[in-house]
Design a protein around this ligand. Sequence first.
Ligand code: AVJ
Ligand code: FE
Length: 433
Amino acid sequence: MRERVAALLARSRDRSTTLTDLDDAELSTQHSPLMSPLVWDLAHIGSQEELWLVRDVGGREPLRPEIDGLYDAFQHSRSSRVGLPLLGPAEARQYVGEVREKALDALHRSPLRGRPLEHEGFAFGMIVQHEQQHDETMLATHQLRSGGPVLDAPAPGRPAAPVDPAAQVLVPAGPFEVGTSAEPWALDNERPAHTVDLPAFRIDAYPVTNGRYREFVEAGGYDDPRFWTEAGWAHRVAEGLTAPRFWSRDAGGAWWRRRFGVLERVPMDEPVVHVSFHEARAFATWAGRRLPTEAEWEKAARFDPATGRSRRFPWGDDEPTAAHANLGQRHLQPAPVGAYPAGASVLGVHQLLGDVWEWCDSGWHPYPGFRMFPYPEYSEVFFGGDYTVLRGGSFGTDPAAIRATFRNWDHPVRRQIFAGFRLAADAHPGHDH
Ligand code: AVJ
Ligand code: FE
């Protein structure tokens, strides 16, 4: 386990290093009021690692107690962080390096069992996931940055044969297990495992593609309040929305998108990305369908009707590989639908993990029996707020930071995250057998 943890820590640091390989001015500037300067994310990653692995697990004195407050996300909003006396890029790099040395020392000394924080290396897993989450946040900052490209990755693979992007799968009625009490590095909000009984429903085999979404745009979906909730329409009007973020249309009517500094045609067979929950919901209403609830999404992803068991991942219990899902920033875009047949769930639902986060029609609430661990500012303080659940991770999410039980949340108006959606519908008894 020590070796595995060390490798995961190294992988996340490699990613953080790539994402902060920019000149000092670019690292310290605010690319969008929605985001922190990249140099804040970098030192914040170190600060969390110091707090949990060096001070708590390692039992060491603070390295730089005077900077704690600067990197406390609750003391300073993202838009105000650029005005703080932050560590500069060179200082931040040195700080995270020193913290890492001491964290590795703590890894060698920890029994990796005993008290809950160290049991099965939980604190290490939590910090790996934390750094990877900020790496995805930093990737979103890159997407918001103007100027030429600085990141590069090969295009994802294509499906062997074309698929029907509107294909649907029937999920049978009945109880199944949501959440987990066994996954060692699952975060507090994924716990405990509990039974949920759902009526039968239908869910799309693939996330909604740019091609399907374009039809909604061109049919005037953004101009008809009937498709939008009241809050959604207010958001549509206030922000002047007309299409997914980063899309534009040329004089000939062709759709283009800006992706990490490159202008390119919108690929119609890729899952749509950079839409808010409200846009997703309006699309669903226009299409005569709805978004899945969080429990429906999880059942489509985990339920094995042959055994009645819930799996760790759609494809089974084995950790993700490059064949299962588009994860880990290996590709800097979603893959065309049908590109990951090996990652489909038993029921035949594809691309649930990776590609795009999927908005669900569920607010952010604790599971019955929830117990905060190890700190309330990860999940608990957000419960009941103006948040919507997202599932499944995106091309920007590391495999270490995603599972079929993983729960994410954000404000329903957010569009800079790598979020899309898939459609669901009730299965009407008498029509579906
Ligand atoms: C779980 C993605 C909502 O980025 O706000 C990072 C993750 N928490 N540092 C966020 C997180 C503390 C969190 N999300
Ligand atoms: Fe954080």
